[in-house]
Design a protein around this ligand. Sequence first.
Ligand SMILES: [Fe+2]
Ligand SMILES: [Fe+2]
Length: 274
Amino acid sequence: MSIELYRDEHHACLMFTDLGEEDGHAVQSNQFLVIDHGAGAIIDPGGNRAFNELFLSLSRFFPPQNLQYIVASHADPDIIASLDRWMTSTRSKLVISRIWERFAPHFAKVGKTEDRVIGVPDAGGRLPLGRGHLWLLPAHFMHSEGNFHFWDPVSRILFTGDLGASLVSGAEAAKPVRELAPHLPAMEGFHRRYMVSNKILRLWARMARQLDIRMIVPQHGAPIEGRRAIADFIDWIESLMCGVDLFDDRAYQLPTMAIDPRDHRTQPALRAVA
Ligand SMILES: [Fe+2]
Ligand SMILES: [Fe+2]
């Protein structure tokens, strides 16, 4: 089922929150479709689990052959593992960081991505879509080394990939959050481990405050909506210690625990008896 984040006569932003999570084994992920004057871009199309329904939904708006871009914030499996199917079923180009440009083709069969990958330089850029542009904002190390966020100036939605992610169900992801404090427990552990460093978060906050954002929409979990919740989110992320800030020599010891392949638990390894 699609959720309309924005719609006017010529422009729409749709979100899908519950594709492919039936068995609960894969992390809940959102996919997005941005349409302007009949031209379309899919943002972070996800894995093979999401492909069929996303493809059908898209077909309601225009012939899938007219899809112009698959835009990927980074190269994780939950972002573009379905690349081969999109490359087969449409004529769209893949838009991804230049540092992933030659890695992403491993998701597709030989020849499928030839001349169809737009490698984005670190500085980002403005990608023509319909009669406007989708802005590709630098978001490197949040968490991926080559990472972009996507700003849609028409809807004033900032699509932030893994930044702002919350670990919730597809049904919960469909309800925008307007108050940040109660939402923090669903976000905190993820950001402490997946974001790379506070320095990066501070740099991002400085950039993001220049935009008049109506909604921050992550690739996992619920959108953050409204002036106050968005300001609170930027303040929170700016002061968060994470990633390499929290790692020291204790995290880099030779392992002593054994992993049991039957129940997947770890326990102290038995010492070899001489
Ligand atoms: Fe990721
Ligand atoms: Fe993700």
